[in-house]
Design a protein around this ligand. Structure first.
Ligand code: 4AD
Ligand code: MG
Length: 432
Protein backbone atom coordinates (compact mmCIF):
# COMPACT_ATOMS: atom_id res chain seq x y z
CA UNK A 1 0.00 0.00 0.00
CA UNK A 2 1.32 3.46 -0.94
CA UNK A 3 1.01 5.96 1.87
CA UNK A 4 -1.14 9.10 1.33
CA UNK A 5 0.62 12.23 2.63
CA UNK A 6 0.50 16.04 2.46
CA UNK A 7 3.13 18.04 0.58
CA UNK A 8 4.25 19.77 3.77
CA UNK A 9 5.35 16.36 5.13
CA UNK A 10 7.42 15.46 2.05
CA UNK A 11 10.68 15.82 4.00
CA UNK A 12 9.68 12.86 6.19
CA UNK A 13 9.33 10.60 3.13
CA UNK A 14 12.52 11.04 1.11
CA UNK A 15 13.01 8.17 -1.36
CA UNK A 16 9.61 6.71 -0.45
CA UNK A 17 6.73 6.18 -2.83
CA UNK A 18 3.71 8.27 -1.73
CA UNK A 19 0.32 9.44 -2.97
CA UNK A 20 -0.89 13.05 -2.67
CA UNK A 21 -4.16 14.80 -3.58
CA UNK A 22 -3.14 17.91 -5.54
CA UNK A 23 -4.17 20.69 -7.89
CA UNK A 24 -2.07 21.78 -10.86
CA UNK A 25 -0.93 25.42 -10.71
CA UNK A 26 1.24 25.47 -13.82
CA UNK A 27 3.17 23.15 -16.11
CA UNK A 28 5.95 23.06 -18.64
CA UNK A 29 6.89 20.15 -20.86
CA UNK A 30 9.47 19.20 -23.44
CA UNK A 31 9.61 16.06 -25.55
CA UNK A 32 11.06 13.94 -22.78
CA UNK A 33 9.99 15.48 -19.49
CA UNK A 34 7.09 17.43 -17.95
CA UNK A 35 7.34 19.64 -14.91
CA UNK A 36 4.08 19.91 -13.01
CA UNK A 37 3.69 22.68 -10.42
CA UNK A 38 1.53 21.22 -7.67
CA UNK A 39 -0.24 22.45 -4.56
CA UNK A 40 -2.38 20.74 -1.96
CA UNK A 41 -3.13 23.63 0.41
CA UNK A 42 -0.27 22.75 2.75
CA UNK A 43 2.56 23.74 0.38
CA UNK A 44 3.69 24.03 -3.25
CA UNK A 45 6.18 21.78 -4.99
CA UNK A 46 7.13 20.31 -8.31
CA UNK A 47 6.29 16.97 -9.89
CA UNK A 48 8.66 15.65 -12.55
CA UNK A 49 7.36 13.21 -15.16
CA UNK A 50 10.12 11.49 -17.16
CA UNK A 51 8.89 9.98 -20.42
CA UNK A 52 11.18 6.98 -20.30
CA UNK A 53 10.11 6.03 -16.76
CA UNK A 54 6.32 6.08 -17.16
CA UNK A 55 3.77 4.63 -19.54
CA UNK A 56 3.00 6.49 -22.75
CA UNK A 57 -0.51 7.11 -21.37
CA UNK A 58 0.68 8.80 -18.15
CA UNK A 59 3.18 10.96 -20.02
CA UNK A 60 0.50 12.13 -22.48
CA UNK A 61 -1.92 12.75 -19.58
CA UNK A 62 0.70 14.84 -17.77
CA UNK A 63 1.05 17.03 -20.86
CA UNK A 64 -2.70 17.51 -21.22
CA UNK A 65 -3.50 18.51 -17.60
CA UNK A 66 -4.99 21.99 -17.26
CA UNK A 67 -4.52 24.58 -14.57
CA UNK A 68 -6.44 23.74 -11.33
CA UNK A 69 -7.32 20.21 -12.41
CA UNK A 70 -7.33 18.10 -9.26
CA UNK A 71 -5.75 14.65 -9.21
CA UNK A 72 -4.04 11.98 -7.20
CA UNK A 73 -0.36 11.95 -7.93
CA UNK A 74 1.82 8.96 -7.05
CA UNK A 75 5.59 8.97 -7.04
CA UNK A 76 8.87 9.03 -5.11
CA UNK A 77 9.97 12.07 -3.05
CA UNK A 78 13.44 13.50 -3.78
CA UNK A 79 15.37 16.43 -2.38
CA UNK A 80 15.39 19.46 -4.70
CA UNK A 81 17.88 22.06 -3.63
CA UNK A 82 16.85 24.52 -6.37
CA UNK A 83 13.40 25.30 -4.93
CA UNK A 84 12.37 27.27 -1.81
CA UNK A 85 10.55 24.21 -0.65
CA UNK A 86 13.45 21.78 -1.02
CA UNK A 87 11.67 18.62 -2.27
CA UNK A 88 9.96 17.32 -5.41
CA UNK A 89 8.11 14.22 -6.51
CA UNK A 90 9.16 11.99 -9.39
CA UNK A 91 5.78 11.06 -10.78
CA UNK A 92 4.78 7.48 -11.63
CA UNK A 93 0.99 7.78 -11.64
CA UNK A 94 -1.76 10.39 -12.19
CA UNK A 95 -5.51 9.86 -11.53
CA UNK A 96 -7.65 12.84 -12.43
CA UNK A 97 -10.35 13.76 -9.86
CA UNK A 98 -11.89 17.03 -11.10
CA UNK A 99 -11.36 18.65 -14.50
CA UNK A 100 -10.79 22.41 -14.77
CA UNK A 101 -11.22 24.58 -17.82
CA UNK A 102 -10.10 28.18 -18.39
CA UNK A 103 -9.13 29.01 -14.80
CA UNK A 104 -9.33 32.80 -14.80
CA UNK A 105 -6.14 33.50 -12.83
CA UNK A 106 -3.26 32.51 -15.06
CA UNK A 107 0.45 32.73 -14.23
CA UNK A 108 0.64 36.11 -16.05
CA UNK A 109 0.19 39.42 -14.19
CA UNK A 110 -3.35 40.51 -13.32
CA UNK A 111 -4.68 43.86 -12.08
CA UNK A 112 -5.70 44.09 -8.45
CA UNK A 113 -9.39 44.71 -9.19
CA UNK A 114 -9.53 41.59 -11.34
CA UNK A 115 -7.87 39.58 -8.59
CA UNK A 116 -10.23 40.96 -5.93
CA UNK A 117 -13.26 40.12 -8.10
CA UNK A 118 -11.91 36.57 -8.15
CA UNK A 119 -10.81 36.47 -4.53
CA UNK A 120 -12.53 33.09 -4.03
CA UNK A 121 -10.06 31.67 -6.58
CA UNK A 122 -7.15 34.04 -5.96
CA UNK A 123 -6.85 32.55 -2.45
CA UNK A 124 -5.32 29.48 -4.12
CA UNK A 125 -2.23 31.42 -5.26
CA UNK A 126 1.11 31.38 -3.52
CA UNK A 127 1.02 34.88 -2.09
CA UNK A 128 -2.38 34.58 -0.36
CA UNK A 129 -1.24 31.15 0.81
CA UNK A 130 1.76 32.69 2.57
CA UNK A 131 -0.17 35.64 4.00
CA UNK A 132 -3.06 33.55 5.32
CA UNK A 133 -0.73 31.08 6.99
CA UNK A 134 1.14 33.92 8.68
CA UNK A 135 -2.23 35.38 9.72
CA UNK A 136 -3.15 31.98 11.15
CA UNK A 137 0.12 31.80 13.05
CA UNK A 138 -0.60 35.24 14.51
CA UNK A 139 -4.07 34.07 15.58
CA UNK A 140 -2.54 31.08 17.38
CA UNK A 141 0.18 33.24 18.93
CA UNK A 142 -2.45 35.67 20.22
CA UNK A 143 -4.33 32.93 22.06
CA UNK A 144 -1.04 31.50 23.38
CA UNK A 145 0.23 34.83 24.62
CA UNK A 146 -2.91 35.91 26.44
CA UNK A 147 -3.46 32.46 27.93
CA UNK A 148 0.11 32.45 29.24
CA UNK A 149 -0.40 35.91 30.75
CA UNK A 150 -3.53 34.80 32.61
CA UNK A 151 -6.21 36.42 30.43
CA UNK A 152 -9.46 34.77 29.48
CA UNK A 153 -11.09 35.36 26.11
CA UNK A 154 -14.43 37.08 26.36
CA UNK A 155 -16.72 37.49 23.36
CA UNK A 156 -18.55 40.82 23.22
CA UNK A 157 -21.80 41.28 21.29
CA UNK A 158 -21.76 42.47 17.69
CA UNK A 159 -25.27 43.92 17.78
CA UNK A 160 -25.08 46.92 20.07
CA UNK A 161 -26.49 50.32 20.94
CA UNK A 162 -23.22 52.02 21.89
CA UNK A 163 -20.62 53.92 19.89
CA UNK A 164 -17.34 53.93 21.84
CA UNK A 165 -15.26 55.39 19.00
CA UNK A 166 -17.62 58.18 17.95
CA UNK A 167 -20.86 58.26 16.03
CA UNK A 168 -19.63 59.13 12.54
CA UNK A 169 -18.55 55.66 11.42
CA UNK A 170 -21.43 53.45 12.52
CA UNK A 171 -23.27 50.87 10.46
CA UNK A 172 -26.88 51.38 11.38
CA UNK A 173 -29.25 48.43 11.37
CA UNK A 174 -32.93 47.93 12.17
CA UNK A 175 -33.26 45.72 15.21
CA UNK A 176 -36.97 44.89 15.32
CA UNK A 177 -38.41 48.28 16.31
CA UNK A 178 -35.15 49.70 17.70
CA UNK A 179 -32.09 51.29 16.22
CA UNK A 180 -28.91 49.31 16.62
CA UNK A 181 -25.38 49.32 15.24
CA UNK A 182 -22.77 46.80 14.27
CA UNK A 183 -20.12 46.97 16.96
CA UNK A 184 -17.15 49.24 16.21
CA UNK A 185 -15.23 48.01 19.28
CA UNK A 186 -15.78 45.46 22.02
CA UNK A 187 -13.99 47.60 24.57
CA UNK A 188 -16.89 48.71 26.77
CA UNK A 189 -17.94 45.08 27.20
CA UNK A 190 -14.32 44.06 27.81
CA UNK A 191 -14.29 46.58 30.68
CA UNK A 192 -17.29 44.83 32.23
CA UNK A 193 -15.33 41.58 31.70
CA UNK A 194 -12.22 42.94 33.42
CA UNK A 195 -14.29 43.82 36.49
CA UNK A 196 -15.64 40.25 36.49
CA UNK A 197 -12.56 38.23 35.51
CA UNK A 198 -9.52 40.50 36.08
CA UNK A 199 -7.85 40.23 32.67
CA UNK A 200 -9.78 39.55 29.48
CA UNK A 201 -9.25 39.88 25.77
CA UNK A 202 -11.66 39.98 22.88
CA UNK A 203 -10.84 38.82 19.37
CA UNK A 204 -13.55 39.34 16.83
CA UNK A 205 -14.84 41.35 13.88
CA UNK A 206 -15.70 45.03 14.24
CA UNK A 207 -17.29 47.37 11.74
CA UNK A 208 -16.63 50.93 10.70
CA UNK A 209 -18.47 52.76 7.97
CA UNK A 210 -15.20 54.29 6.75
CA UNK A 211 -15.94 56.44 3.75
CA UNK A 212 -12.24 56.88 3.10
CA UNK A 213 -10.57 54.78 0.45
CA UNK A 214 -7.13 54.24 1.91
CA UNK A 215 -4.73 51.35 2.07
CA UNK A 216 -5.20 51.27 5.87
CA UNK A 217 -8.99 51.07 6.18
CA UNK A 218 -11.44 48.22 5.93
CA UNK A 219 -15.13 48.46 6.83
CA UNK A 220 -14.97 45.05 8.54
CA UNK A 221 -11.81 44.14 10.37
CA UNK A 222 -10.70 42.03 13.31
CA UNK A 223 -9.62 43.55 16.56
CA UNK A 224 -7.96 42.18 19.68
CA UNK A 225 -8.94 44.17 22.76
CA UNK A 226 -7.30 43.22 26.05
CA UNK A 227 -8.60 44.92 29.20
CA UNK A 228 -6.89 44.67 32.58
CA UNK A 229 -8.26 45.53 36.04
CA UNK A 230 -5.87 47.01 38.63
CA UNK A 231 -3.53 48.17 35.88
CA UNK A 232 -2.25 51.63 35.02
CA UNK A 233 -1.24 52.87 31.60
CA UNK A 234 2.54 52.32 32.03
CA UNK A 235 2.06 48.64 32.76
CA UNK A 236 -0.39 48.31 29.86
CA UNK A 237 2.33 49.58 27.51
CA UNK A 238 4.55 46.75 28.75
CA UNK A 239 1.83 44.20 27.98
CA UNK A 240 1.48 45.72 24.50
CA UNK A 241 5.17 45.54 23.64
CA UNK A 242 5.50 42.01 25.01
CA UNK A 243 2.52 40.96 22.89
CA UNK A 244 3.89 42.51 19.69
CA UNK A 245 7.33 40.97 20.26
CA UNK A 246 5.65 37.59 20.87
CA UNK A 247 3.67 37.83 17.62
CA UNK A 248 6.77 38.67 15.60
CA UNK A 249 8.89 35.95 17.25
CA UNK A 250 6.20 33.37 16.65
CA UNK A 251 6.08 34.22 12.93
CA UNK A 252 9.89 34.09 12.70
CA UNK A 253 9.92 30.69 14.43
CA UNK A 254 7.10 29.06 12.47
CA UNK A 255 6.78 30.77 9.08
CA UNK A 256 10.21 30.73 7.47
CA UNK A 257 8.86 29.29 4.18
CA UNK A 258 6.00 31.80 4.05
CA UNK A 259 8.31 34.75 4.80
CA UNK A 260 10.57 33.58 1.97
CA UNK A 261 7.63 33.47 -0.44
CA UNK A 262 6.86 37.08 0.51
CA UNK A 263 10.53 38.06 0.37
CA UNK A 264 10.25 39.41 3.93
CA UNK A 265 13.62 40.06 5.55
CA UNK A 266 13.84 38.02 8.76
CA UNK A 267 16.75 40.09 10.12
CA UNK A 268 14.52 43.15 9.90
CA UNK A 269 11.75 41.37 11.81
CA UNK A 270 14.17 40.31 14.54
CA UNK A 271 14.65 43.97 15.49
CA UNK A 272 11.02 44.06 16.58
CA UNK A 273 11.50 41.43 19.26
CA UNK A 274 13.91 43.62 21.29
CA UNK A 275 12.25 45.38 24.24
CA UNK A 276 11.46 48.00 25.32
CA UNK A 277 10.02 49.93 22.38
CA UNK A 278 10.78 53.67 22.29
CA UNK A 279 8.20 56.05 23.77
CA UNK A 280 7.70 59.70 22.84
CA UNK A 281 5.01 62.18 23.77
CA UNK A 282 2.45 63.60 21.38
CA UNK A 283 4.12 66.99 22.01
CA UNK A 284 7.47 65.61 20.84
CA UNK A 285 5.83 64.01 17.81
CA UNK A 286 4.33 67.38 16.82
CA UNK A 287 7.75 68.98 17.16
CA UNK A 288 9.35 66.29 14.99
CA UNK A 289 6.77 66.86 12.30
CA UNK A 290 7.10 70.63 12.43
CA UNK A 291 10.89 70.41 12.17
CA UNK A 292 10.36 68.34 9.05
CA UNK A 293 8.22 71.14 7.63
CA UNK A 294 4.80 69.50 8.07
CA UNK A 295 1.82 71.80 8.38
CA UNK A 296 0.56 70.58 11.77
CA UNK A 297 -0.13 72.34 15.04
CA UNK A 298 -0.67 71.12 18.57
CA UNK A 299 -4.18 69.64 18.79
CA UNK A 300 -4.27 68.19 15.27
CA UNK A 301 -4.76 64.49 14.72
CA UNK A 302 -2.08 62.80 12.65
CA UNK A 303 -2.74 61.95 9.05
CA UNK A 304 -1.29 58.87 7.39
CA UNK A 305 1.76 60.76 6.00
CA UNK A 306 2.50 62.17 9.49
CA UNK A 307 2.42 58.73 11.07
CA UNK A 308 4.52 57.38 8.25
CA UNK A 309 7.16 60.05 8.80
CA UNK A 310 7.28 59.47 12.56
CA UNK A 311 7.44 55.70 12.27
CA UNK A 312 10.27 55.97 9.73
CA UNK A 313 12.38 57.79 12.33
CA UNK A 314 12.53 54.67 14.50
CA UNK A 315 14.00 51.21 14.03
CA UNK A 316 11.27 49.67 16.16
CA UNK A 317 7.58 50.20 16.86
CA UNK A 318 7.14 53.48 18.76
CA UNK A 319 4.57 54.58 21.33
CA UNK A 320 3.15 58.10 20.98
CA UNK A 321 1.81 59.00 24.39
CA UNK A 322 -0.68 61.49 25.80
CA UNK A 323 -2.79 62.84 22.96
CA UNK A 324 -4.98 65.95 23.30
CA UNK A 325 -8.46 65.29 24.66
CA UNK A 326 -10.24 66.72 21.61
CA UNK A 327 -9.02 63.98 19.30
CA UNK A 328 -9.56 60.95 21.51
CA UNK A 329 -12.54 59.08 22.98
CA UNK A 330 -14.72 59.93 26.00
CA UNK A 331 -13.70 56.95 28.16
CA UNK A 332 -10.01 57.85 28.61
CA UNK A 333 -8.49 58.96 31.90
CA UNK A 334 -7.08 62.49 31.99
CA UNK A 335 -3.39 62.94 32.72
CA UNK A 336 -2.94 63.66 36.46
CA UNK A 337 -0.65 66.70 35.89
CA UNK A 338 -2.18 68.18 32.74
CA UNK A 339 -5.76 68.91 31.90
CA UNK A 340 -5.27 68.98 28.13
CA UNK A 341 -4.16 65.38 27.47
CA UNK A 342 -5.20 61.82 28.26
CA UNK A 343 -3.25 58.87 29.66
CA UNK A 344 -3.25 57.13 26.33
CA UNK A 345 -0.92 55.93 23.60
CA UNK A 346 -0.96 54.75 20.03
CA UNK A 347 1.65 52.28 18.84
CA UNK A 348 3.03 53.05 15.38
CA UNK A 349 4.57 50.17 13.45
CA UNK A 350 7.96 50.83 11.79
CA UNK A 351 8.81 50.96 8.07
CA UNK A 352 6.18 53.65 7.66
CA UNK A 353 3.19 51.50 8.59
CA UNK A 354 1.73 53.82 11.22
CA UNK A 355 -0.89 53.11 13.91
CA UNK A 356 -1.54 49.48 14.74
CA UNK A 357 -2.68 49.87 18.38
CA UNK A 358 -4.77 52.44 20.21
CA UNK A 359 -5.07 52.21 23.98
CA UNK A 360 -5.48 54.08 27.25
CA UNK A 361 -6.11 54.01 30.94
CA UNK A 362 -9.87 54.37 31.54
CA UNK A 363 -11.78 57.03 33.44
CA UNK A 364 -12.81 55.47 36.76
CA UNK A 365 -14.85 58.31 38.24
CA UNK A 366 -18.62 58.12 37.76
CA UNK A 367 -19.30 61.87 37.60
CA UNK A 368 -16.37 62.67 35.31
CA UNK A 369 -17.39 59.89 32.93
CA UNK A 370 -21.03 60.95 32.90
CA UNK A 371 -19.95 64.49 32.09
CA UNK A 372 -17.84 63.30 29.15
CA UNK A 373 -20.73 61.22 27.77
CA UNK A 374 -22.84 64.41 27.85
CA UNK A 375 -20.11 66.54 26.31
CA UNK A 376 -19.56 64.14 23.41
CA UNK A 377 -23.31 64.21 22.75
CA UNK A 378 -23.78 60.47 23.31
CA UNK A 379 -27.12 58.96 24.28
CA UNK A 380 -26.80 58.55 28.07
CA UNK A 381 -29.47 55.84 28.18
CA UNK A 382 -27.18 53.51 26.26
CA UNK A 383 -24.30 53.97 28.69
CA UNK A 384 -26.07 53.38 32.03
CA UNK A 385 -24.68 49.87 32.26
CA UNK A 386 -21.20 51.16 31.44
CA UNK A 387 -21.50 53.83 34.16
CA UNK A 388 -22.53 51.07 36.60
CA UNK A 389 -18.96 49.73 36.36
CA UNK A 390 -17.89 52.95 38.16
CA UNK A 391 -20.56 52.58 40.83
CA UNK A 392 -19.63 49.23 42.31
CA UNK A 393 -15.96 48.98 43.24
CA UNK A 394 -14.37 51.05 40.47
CA UNK A 395 -10.65 50.27 40.08
CA UNK A 396 -7.85 51.64 37.88
CA UNK A 397 -7.93 49.74 34.61
CA UNK A 398 -6.37 49.96 31.18
CA UNK A 399 -6.68 48.33 27.81
CA UNK A 400 -5.88 48.58 24.15
CA UNK A 401 -7.00 47.47 20.72
CA UNK A 402 -4.79 45.94 18.04
CA UNK A 403 -6.10 46.20 14.48
CA UNK A 404 -5.33 42.66 13.38
CA UNK A 405 -5.12 43.29 9.62
CA UNK A 406 -2.85 46.29 10.27
CA UNK A 407 -0.50 43.98 12.17
CA UNK A 408 -0.61 41.29 9.47
CA UNK A 409 0.02 43.91 6.76
CA UNK A 410 3.08 45.17 8.59
CA UNK A 411 4.57 41.79 9.53
CA UNK A 412 4.07 40.50 5.95
CA UNK A 413 5.19 43.89 4.54
CA UNK A 414 2.13 44.31 2.30
CA UNK A 415 1.07 47.50 0.54
CA UNK A 416 -2.60 47.34 1.46
CA UNK A 417 -4.86 45.85 4.14
CA UNK A 418 -7.05 44.15 1.54
CA UNK A 419 -4.53 41.31 1.19
CA UNK A 420 -4.39 40.67 4.94
CA UNK A 421 -7.95 39.28 5.24
CA UNK A 422 -9.50 36.44 3.19
CA UNK A 423 -12.50 38.42 1.92
CA UNK A 424 -11.93 42.17 2.34
CA UNK A 425 -14.83 44.55 2.89
CA UNK A 426 -14.28 48.12 1.72
CA UNK A 427 -16.47 51.04 0.70
CA UNK A 428 -16.81 49.69 -2.82
CA UNK A 429 -16.39 45.98 -2.20
CA UNK A 430 -18.90 43.51 -0.77
CA UNK A 431 -18.21 40.64 -3.20
CA UNK A 432 -17.22 37.85 -3.27
O1 4AD B 1 -7.83 53.31 17.65
P1 4AD B 1 -9.13 52.54 17.66
O2 4AD B 1 -10.33 53.20 17.08
O3 4AD B 1 -9.36 52.13 19.18
C1 4AD B 1 -10.42 51.44 19.67
O4 4AD B 1 -11.31 50.95 19.02
C2 4AD B 1 -10.34 51.22 21.16
N1 4AD B 1 -11.68 50.85 21.63
C3 4AD B 1 -9.31 50.17 21.46
C4 4AD B 1 -9.21 49.88 22.94
O5 4AD B 1 -8.64 50.68 23.67
N2 4AD B 1 -9.74 48.77 23.38
O6 4AD B 1 -8.93 51.16 16.90
C5 4AD B 1 -7.94 50.25 17.33
C6 4AD B 1 -7.12 49.77 16.16
C7 4AD B 1 -6.34 50.87 15.45
O7 4AD B 1 -5.13 51.13 16.12
C8 4AD B 1 -6.11 50.25 14.09
O8 4AD B 1 -5.03 49.36 14.14
C9 4AD B 1 -7.37 49.44 13.88
O9 4AD B 1 -7.96 49.23 15.15
N3 4AD B 1 -8.33 50.10 13.00
C10 4AD B 1 -8.62 49.70 11.76
N4 4AD B 1 -8.16 48.66 11.02
C11 4AD B 1 -8.67 48.48 9.80
N5 4AD B 1 -9.61 49.27 9.25
C12 4AD B 1 -10.13 50.32 9.93
N6 4AD B 1 -11.09 51.06 9.41
C13 4AD B 1 -9.62 50.57 11.26
N7 4AD B 1 -9.89 51.48 12.22
C14 4AD B 1 -9.09 51.18 13.25
MG1 MG C 1 -6.92 54.96 16.94
Amino acid sequence: MVKTIKIIDAKKHIDEEVKIGVWLTDKRSSGKISFLQLRDGTAFFQGVVVKNNVSEEIFELSKSLRQETSFWVTGVIHEDSRSHFGYEIEVSGIEVIGESEDFPITPKEHGVDFLLDHRHLWLRSKRPYAIMRIRNQMINATYEFFNKEGFIKMDPPILTGSAPEGTTELFHIEYFDHDAYLSQSGQLYAEAGAMAFGKVFTFGPVFRAEKSKTRRHLTEFWMIEPEMAFMEQDESLEVQERYIAYLVQSVIDNCEYELKILDRDIEQLKKYTKLPFPRISYDEAIEMLQKNGADVKWGDDFGAPDEQYISEQFEQPVFIMNYPKEIKSFYMKPHPDRDDVYLCADLLAPEGYGEIIGGSERETDFDALEKMIDEKGLNKEEYQWYLDLRKYGSVPHSGFGLGFERAVTWICKLDHLREAIPFPRMINRLKP
